[in-house]
Structure formats: structure tokens, C-alpha cells
Write a protein that binds this ligand. Structure first.
Ligand code: FAD
Ligand code: MG
Length: 391
């Protein structure tokens, strides 16, 4: 339909990997709808991606590396195999699954379930099981975060169009009108005779941009494992899932991008033991007008990009999708609000970087695996609230 291989080319060095081995392969392909101008734009977006896979000291020969464009960002697949043929197979399986799910879940594709639900204007719309599953998880995450994460924020996201050429500062009355449309409780999902349907409020627009990348990571990791690709590191615009081990037979090592610093410069590292790392930040997608920065994470309460009390939120989780949504929600809550949430949810492994990028707050649950490598950073631990003991 639209995926034309471009040509094999070296993976962009700006991404932050150090390649020494000639066994590393890169295949770049992209949607035919992208012009070369768009391609440059995508590369610059990716160059600011949030979390970086840290290469082992030297890649063992059997780790193969692939890059492509999808989901509006750069995706990278590293796979450890005995032969290039096996690695090609693993990459193809991963990419096919990305493309399949993108077609269903993207708000940027007219025929996707998300677009159909939006065009349904309050009527029941038939959807794929995956969309139903993700909508249900979105509702759980919206409830858990008291609506800080809310997929019905679509109209406001469109108003600002931060990541699009037509980005602008919407008028106050537009914002006011579209805040009124935000209410995740109006999303309904049902199953009838093995088929799935969804319905939203007749004036609502949904976007799954804050959770679908994580969900697709989960599904791709699940599929590649099932297909026998045991050691895979997937990075979709800096959101990462690792299965198995790296070229040194050790857990994949991840660096967390230092917000605002050069791409590839990380402030902390952690090992990834069959887990995922998600990051939300204000420095990847934004525009500046009259000296003011407007980023892509919108408060459902004010209808505006949330104030810059945080630069990034990173969560490590056993799965990606809930962590993806929670990152976005914690970013909305801000430096203080996020810490309040984390004190009440001590199992969450999270790292926050504050607005001026001088302070880091990490939960006790992540402390043991997190290594902060920027000595000037002030690091504090988020101590869980004491649980009331029931007598
Ligand atoms: P996150 O913090 O995880 O999410 C931020 C995004 O969530 C915002 O961009 C907005 O869409 C939404 N959001 C903002 N505030 C809230 C809130 N309070 N509650 C809930 N959601 C909120 N981008 C393109 O430019 N072109 C494409 O073709 C394209 N296709 C995509 C297809 C898919 C399937 C997906 C999932 C994304 C696509 N994107 C595309 C979007 C792009 O990849 C986004 O950058 C990404 O979804 C945002 O993820 P993040 O990890 O940067 O930020
Ligand atoms: Mg994310």
C-alpha cells in the first residue's frame, strides 16, 4: 500500500550508538507519503529521542541492527542471531507487526480504527480486538490517574497540532470549548458475538498517541519472542523494550536521554531485564513562538501544554503500554504532583527530571538499578507514604 524500501543506508549516527562492527546492518524504509523533506524532519525528531540504548563496549558480532520510519518516528530493532538470515527474519516479523498495528491505531491514518471511531460521532463503530484491548487499558489508566491521562483529549491535541507544520496557539474560546469535550468516561467498548465495537461522545475526538506506541512495543516483543527471536531490543522513538540479552549475554543497557542535552547524552543508565522503558518529555515535540515553548503534552484541565516543572518522566515496567500512559500522566501532574502519586504507588519504578534539569527524583523501587552518571545532578529519593496498618 505505501511502504517502499528506500535503500540500505548507515543508521544515523546521531542516534547515539557507537558502531564498530561491520556486522551491523541497517535497512531504512519509509512510507511513500513521506517526501525527502519529511524524512529530514523525521530524522531531526528522532535525533531528539528520549531514551537511548547504550551499546555494550563492543558489539558482539551476532547483534544485527535495523532502522526504519514508522509511527511518525524512527524505530530501531537490534536482534541477536546466529546468521543474518535469521536476523532479517526477526526484523521482518517485528516490522510487519508495527505496520499492522499502526494501520489500526494511528490517528494519522484515515482508515484506522481510531479515525473511524472519531468519524463515528457518537455511534457504535466496529473495531479490531487490539483496539478494544487498548481502549480498555486507556480507560483503566485514565481512572488510575484521575484523568491526567485522557484519550479524549484529541480535539485539544489537534487545536495545538504541536508536531505538525500547522501548529498554532489556539484562541481562548476554542480551548474552552474543547476542554468541555474531554471526558474519558464517555468512551464505551463492547463485545458482541466475538466482534468488538466502540463509541465515544458525539463531539469527542480520541487520540491514543500517549499509549499506543507502548502497546505496539508490547505486541511486537510478544510476537518476536513467539517466533523464536529471543534476544531483541526494540526502540520506537526512544521508548524501549528488551527481551533476552545483548551481545555480551548480559541484560541490554539503556541510557536515559539528558533532557535538552545533545542527542545520545544520557544522565543515567539502567539494565533492562526483559522489561520496558518509557519516557515522556517536553523537548522532543514542541514549537517556539515569541520566545515561549509549547510542547505536546496537554493538561486536560487547562487545555494547554503543561507548565515546565518537569523535563522528563521515565518509567521502567514489565510491559510498555501502562508505563507509556503513566509517563504522560505524571508529566501532566508536574514535579510535585508526580511525586505525590509515586509516594502512593511505591511499586512504580520511575525517574523524574525537574524543569531546570538540575534535580532528579527516583522512586525507591528503581534506586538499586539506576546509575546517575551526571555528577552535578542533585538526586533525591521519593520515599513511599507510610501505609496505615489495619488493627
Ligand atoms: P507521550 O508522552 O507518550 O505522549 C504524548 C502524546 O499523547 C501527545 O503527542 C498527544 O498525542 C497525546 N497527549 C497529550 N496530552 C495527553 C493527555 N493529557 N492524555 C493523553 N494523551 C495525551 N506522528 C507523526 O508526526 N506522524 C505520524 O504519522 C504518526 N503516526 C503515529 C502512529 C501511531 C500508531 C502512534 C502511536 C503515534 C504516531 N505519531 C505520529 C505520533 C508520534 O509518534 C508521537 O510522538 C507519539 O505518539 C508521542 O509519544 P511520546 O512517547 O513522544 O509522548
Ligand atoms: Mg510515550
Amino acid at each position: 500500500m505505501r511502504r517502499t524500501p528506500l535503500k540500505a543506508m548507515p543508521f544515523p549516527m546521531a542516534f547515539g550508538f557507537s558502531f564498530g562492527a561491520d556486522k551491523i546492518f541497517a535497512a531504512i524504509s519509509f512510507r511513500t507519503t513521506y517526501t525527502i523533506k519529511m524524512l529530514n524532519k523525521v530524522i531531526s525528531t528522532v535525533a531528539l529521542s528520549l531514551t537511548i540504548a547504550v551499546a555494550p563496549n563492543s558489539f558482539a558480532k551476532e547483534v544485527f541492527n535495523y532502522g526504519t520510519f514508522a509511527l511518525g518516528t524512527l524505530i530501531n530493532v537490534q536482534t541477536k542471531n546466529d546468521t543474518k538470515e535469521e536476523a532479517d527474519y526477526c526484523y521482518k516479523e517485528a516490522l510487519d507487526e508495527v505496520n499492522r498495528l499502526e494501520d489500526i491505531l494511528s490517528a494519522y491514518i484515515d482508515s484506522s480504527d481510531v479515525s473511524k471511531i472519531n468519524k463515528g460521532r457518537g455511534t457504535w463503530v466496529k473495531i479490531n480486538p487490539e483496539t478494544a484491548q487498548l481502549l480498555k487499558l486507556s480507560l483503566t489508566m485514565a481512572a488510575d490517574t484521575a484523568g491526567a491521562f485522557d484519550p479524549t483529549i484529541g480535539a485539544l491535541v489537534k487545536d495545538w497540532s504541536v508536531d505538525q507544520p500547522e501548529h498554532r496557539i489556539p484562541k481562548a474560546d476554542e480551548i474552552h470549548a474543547d476542554i468541555a469535550k474531554v471526558d474519558w468516561k464517555k468512551i464505551e467498548v463492547k463485545e458482541e458475538n466475538g466482534e468488538y465495537f466502540a463509541k465515544i461522545g458525539d463531539d469527542q475526538t480520541i487520540t491514543l498517541g500517549g499509549i499506543a506506541k507502548g502497546y505496539i512495543l508490547d505486541k511486537v516483543a510478544e510476537l518476536t519472542t513467539k517466533k523464536g527471536c529471543k534476544d531483541v531490543l526494540l526502540s520506537f522513538g526512544g521508548d524501549i523494550t528488551g527481551t533476552g540479552t545483548n551481545g555480551k549475554d548480559k541484560p541490554w543497557m539503556i541510557g536515559i536521554q539528558y533532557p535538552g542535552a545533545k542527542t545520545g547524552q544520557y544522565f543515567a543508565t539502567l539494565p533492562l531485564d526483559n522489561e520496558s522503558v518509557q519516557t515522556s518529555g517536553d523537548y522532543e515535540r514542541f514549537f517556539i513562538q515569541d520566545g515561549v515553548k509549547y510542547h505536546h503534552i496537554i493538561s486536560p484541565v487547562t487545555g494547554k501544554p503543561v507548565p515546565a516543572t518537569l523535563s522528563s518522566v521515565t518509567i521502567i515496567g514489565s510491559t510498555s503500554a501502562p508505563a507509556d500512559a503513566l509517563c504522560t500522566a505524571l508529566f501532566v501532574m508536574g514535579w510535585d504532583g508526580a511525586q505525590e502519586y509515586l509516594k502512593k504507588h511505591p511499586h512504580v519504578r520511575a525517574v523524574l527530571v525537574n524543569g531546570d534539569k538540575k534535580r532528579v527524583a527516583a522512586t525507591e523501587a528503581i534506586k538499586d538499578i539506576l546509575t546517575v552518571v551526571v555528577p552535578t545532578l542533585e538526586v533525591q529519593t521519593i520515599i513511599p507514604e507510610k501505609q496505615e496498618t489495619v488493627k
